[in-house]
Structures are given as structure tokens and as C-alpha cells.
Design a protein around this ligand. Structure first.
Ligand code: ADP
Length: 511
């Protein structure tokens, strides 16, 4: 039987094949319009756009294309829902929490359908969508549902003639601009804390992958959220996305995507109304493999990190530094392990590796692989497209990679594992930190003193020790340097969706 070695959380590997969830047959996609005020709208411009299945190149369906005027309508709805006397504003916080739990239950009810839509639209294997994206979405909704009635300020002791307290209030109208690599999960990372804190939202899914977001629109209505609290505007980045980033009526924007677009969003926010901005951007994530590590564990974890989701992860394990004594063996075992990957139809439960998202990303990855070959890295495995006229790329392994090569510096966002050799701890820390990015890193060693000292020295928002992609909804996620601003997930994300107000009373009757 084929191995399912690259499912990230390994859930599918624990279930007998006969009990695995199966994709749903989809005759017609139901939700293809713009979702504003709990209703479905056609675009003001009358334009539509297609969404494609990257595994086949076929059009899945046509969608209404939102542009600036549609964003204006969505913002007006979100603003009305945020008025002081609105149902949402007056709602008891625990009731907000119940709505989030209800939404989680509806996502769970539709889990197979949503995983099928996600797999069709992104090309990611169905089982990975089911176990990572959907399970992660459900957990995120429950987690922030639990927070809704526990968000509170403090009473602050000051001069005795005053009483001071702080209130944690919603920021207002939050824009969310979503990427195509984890369309539903990244949406939930923004939607759930925003609603938990009492905000209203305008969400723009990526143009490549709008389907699951729109299905969530239908569940928002079914769960009973008041009209206008959640609005979803499918459209393109330079039109609908830019309209959100520069909108005078939006109070905060949360973005996940490329560093280049992150810069545009921050600039647009600064030039419009100085809206708050959180950014989760690119990475060129270092993994440090010391000679005393559990080698097989390191090989398997790093390979999941490099090839998971076809390498289309900001967390991809893209710079793997291996201590010289175990270098040859690490390369050999990595090649052996890569042979277990099953490339194929994303809806087939055997498949662990699907196509890249689109022609543009495919071309960029192939060009970077070619640069690696030209610049003298040693191609150990893969190294090109699978067949002709497809978006599938072979899992690719380079050894003898030098820090100056393009594949060592640029984010590839494809299934390419780059292996470097190092001698000493001091040297590898300097090389690992020599990057404009600082998202995640990993350390493999059985010496816990070393693991902790190295984790303190690495300039990244997350350090994984003897594991990779170990994400939890309870722990914050975000980047140092050009990998982003702010944190998503955990209690920390609540601060990104609230304003703190100080209320000061003067007492005329002090002791
Ligand atoms: P990638 O380069 O990997 O395709 P992007 O950063 O371009 O990723 O896209 C992530 C999200 O940002 C998508 O929803 C996309 O539509 C949106 N986007 C792209 N360009 C802009 C822009 N100029 N302003 C706002 N959003 C944008």
C-alpha cells in the first residue's frame, strides 16, 4: 500500500483505510456570489471570473467579481452592524461565543464538503484538507468562541482620588485579505478572533481559491450572526484587495501573503487612515540538524516541512543546515524518504502530493530550480515538472547549497529542499539568522541545553525543537523582521483585534 507519509498531523495515518473520510461528489457549486448583509449579491460592475482546478486546468465555476464599489457596500453593511444600538453591539459576550461554537459545529457538519471544495480549488490532497485545514478551522472557532466572554480589562491603582479602569473594546470594521495556500484556515485565523472581540469583518478570499470562504458565508447566516457582521467579497488583489487596504471606513486590516504585497498593504494603510495592520508574510526558514540528533526523526520532520502542501507554506523548511559528520547520511535518507511521496489526483486518498496552484507560481518555481542547477547546487532528487502541460512539480532535493545562491536566499514556495553543511554552533546561528525573513526555525538535537540556547539565539517568531509544523491554536504565530507584524492565534491575537480604553473617575469623596 502507498504510504501517506506527508500528511502534516499524521491523523490520516492512524485510521484504517476503509474508515477514511471520502470526498463528496459536487455537481454544482452552490455559493458563487458576493456575501453582504447575510444576502447574496451580483457584482456592481456585472463582471464575473472563473476559478480553476489546478489538477486538471478545468474551470470549476464562475463567480461574481467584487471591486471597489462592492467593497464600499460591504463596509457600509459592516458599519451598520457595528452601530452602538445594533444587535451585534448589544449582544452579551457569551452569546457571541455561542455563535462561534455554532459556526464550528456547522463547519464540522459540512467538513467533507468543505474539504472537497478546498481540495478541488487548491489542488491539495483531500485528506490533508480534511485533517489539517478543516480540523484546524473547527478548533480555531471553538478556541475563540471560548474567549468571547473572558476578554476584560483591569482596575489600575493610581492617585487615591481617582479610580482607573481599562476596557477592551472592538476596533471596529476589520478587513481580512486571505491567501490561496490555506484558504479556509487563514480565514479562520482572522475571522474567529475578530468576532470573539466583537468586531465586524469584510473578507477578501484569494482570487484562485474563493469557494470555501463563500460556503462559510452561508454558514454564518445559518448560525444566526446578525446581518452585516461578516461580509465576503471574492475578487482580485489589485482591485478588491487594494480597496480594503486603502479604505477610509476600515479600522484594521489583517493580511497573509507575500512580503511584496504586505509592503503595499502597509503603505496603503499609512496613506489612507492609518488603519491598524497585521501581516503574516514570507519565510526562508532555517532548520539546524546537529550530529547528536535522532537522524530519522529529523529527516522525516524536515521533509514534511519542505514538501507539505507542495511546499506552498510560509513555514516551509527551506534552508536545512546539517552538521558535517552526519551530512552524507542525512542526504541519503532524505532521498529515500522522498521516494515514498505519492503524486496524483488530489481527491484520491492515496495521494500525498498535488499540483502547484497556478501557472505563475509553477513558472517561478521551475525558474528557481533551474537557477540552483546553474549556480552549482547538486541535484539529488526530482528537479522538474511531472509530465507535460501540468502544474505538478517533482519533490526536489538539492545538496551542496551555498548561502550565496538564489535558492538559498529567495522564498521558493514550491517543493524544494535545500541542504547545506555546517561545522560549529556559532557559525550556523550566524548563517541561519542571515536572512531578511524571520518566521519559523527548527533545531534537531538530543542535547536540551543546546536546543534551548540555540532557540534563544534564532531570530524567528517560532522555534520548533525536534519537530516541524507543530502548530497549535493556543500558541501565537507570526514573524520577526520582514516575515510580518503582529501575532495570530492564542491569547496574543486578541490584542490585535481590540482597542484598550482607559476610563478615569475623579472621586470627590476620598478618605
Ligand atoms: P502570491 O504572490 O503568493 O499569489 P499574494 O500576496 O499576491 O500572494 O496574495 C495574497 C492575497 O493578497 C490574495 O488575496 C491577493 O488577492 C491579495 N492581493 C494581491 N495584491 C494585492 C494588493 N495590491 N492589495 C491588496 N491585496 C492584494
Amino acid at each position: 500500500m502507498a504510504q501517506r507519509g506527508t500528511t502534516r498531523n499524521g491523523e490520516a495515518d492512524k485510521i484504517p483505510a476503509s474508515d477514511l473520510p471520502q470526498p463528496v461528489k459536487i455537481q454544482r457549486v452552490r455559493y458563487t456570489k458576493i456575501f453582504i448583509n447575510n444576502e447574496w449579491h451580483t457584482s456592481v460592475s456585472g463582471r464575473t471570473f472563473p476559478t480553476l482546478n489546478p489538477a486538471t486546468g478545468d474551470t470549476i465555476c464562475e463567480l461574481q467579481e467584487a471591486d471597489k464599489e462592492d467593497v464600499d457596500k460591504a463596509v457600509a453593511a459592516a458599519k451598520a452592524a457595528m452601530q452602538l444600538d445594533s444587535a451585534w453591539r448589544k449582544m452579551e459576550p457569551s452569546r457571541r461565543g455561542r455563535l462561534l461554537h455554532k459556526l464550528a459545529d456547522l463547519v464540522e457538519r459540512d467538513q467533507k464538503l468543505l474539504a472537497t471544495l478546498e481540495s478541488l480549488d487548491t489542488g491539495k490532497p483531500f485528506l490533508q484538507a480534511f485533517f489539517t485545514d478543516l480540523e484546524g478551522s473547527i478548533k480555531t472557532l471553538h478556541y475563540y468562541g471560548g474567549w468571547a466572554d473572558k476578554i476584560h480589562g483591569k482596575s489600575v491603582p493610581v492617585d487615591e482620588t481617582f479610580v482607573c479602569l481599562t476596557r477592551h473594546e472592538p476596533i471596529g470594521i476589520c478587513g481580512a485579505i486571505i491567501p490561496w495556500n490555506f484558504p479556509l484556515l487563514m480565514l479562520m485565523w482572522k475571522l474567529a478572533p475578530a468576532l470573539s472581540c466583537g468586531n465586524t469583518v469584510v473578507i477578501k478570499p484569494a482570487e484562485q481559491t474563493p469557494l470555501t470562504a463563500l460556503h462559510i458565508g452561508s454558514l454564518i447566516k445559518e448560525a444566526g450572526f446578525p446581518a452585516g457582521v461578516v461580509n465576503i467579497v471574492p475578487g482580485f488583489g489589485s482591485t478588491a484587495g487594494a480597496a480594503i487596504a486603502s479604505h477610509e471606513g476600515i479600522d484594521k486590516v489583517a493580511f497573509t501573503g507575500s512580503t511584496e504585497v504586505g509592503q503595499l498593504i502597509k503603505e496603503a494603510a499609512a496613506k489612507s487612515n492609518l488603519k491598524r495592520v497585521t501581516l503574516e508574510l514570507g519565510g526562508k526558514n532555517p532548520c539546524i540538524v546537529f550530529a547528536d540528533c535522532d537522524l530519522q526523526l529529523a529527516v522525516e520532520e524536515i521533509q514534511k516541512g519542505a514538501f507539505y502542501n507542495q511546499g506552498q507554506c510560509c513555514t516551509a523548511a527551506s534552508r536545512v543546515f546539517v552538521q558535517d559528520r552526519i551530512y552524507e547520511e542525512f542526504v541519503r535518507r532524505s532521498i529515500e524518504n522522498a521516494k515514498k511521496i505519492v503524486i496524483g489526483d488530489p481527491l484520491d486518498p492515496q495521494t500525498t502530493h498535488g499540483p502547484q496552484i497556478d501557472q505563475q507560481q509553477f513558472g517561478k518555481i521551475i525558474e528557481l530550480i533551474e537557477s540552483g542547477k546553474k549556480e552549482g547546487a547538486k541535484l539529488e532528487y526530482g528537479g522538474g515538472a511531472v509530465g507535460e502541460n501540468s502544474l505538478f512539480i517533482q519533490p526536489t532535493i538539492f545538496s551542496d547549497v551555498k548561502d550565496s545562491m538564489r535558492i538559498a536566499k529567495e522564498e521558493i514556495f514550491g517543493p524544494v529542499l535545500c541542504i547545506f553543511s555546517f561545522k560549529s554552533k556559532q557559525e550556523v546561528i550566524e548563517r541561519a539568522n542571515n536572512s531578511q525573513y524571520g518566521l519559523v526555525s527548527a533545531v534537531f538535537t538530543t542535547n536540551m541545553d543546546r536546543a534551548l540556547s540555540v532557540s534563544g539565539a534564532l531570530e524567528t517568531g517560532t522555534v520548533w525543537i525536534n519537530c516541524y509544523n507543530a502548530m497549535h491554536v493556543q500558541t501565537p504565530f507570526g514573524g520577526y523582521k520582514m516575515s510580518g507584524n503582529g501575532r495570530e492565534l492564542g491569547e496574543y491575537a486578541l490584542a490585535e483585534y481590540s482597542e484598550v480604553k482607559t476610563v478615569t473617575f475623579k472621586m470627590n469623596d476620598s478618605m
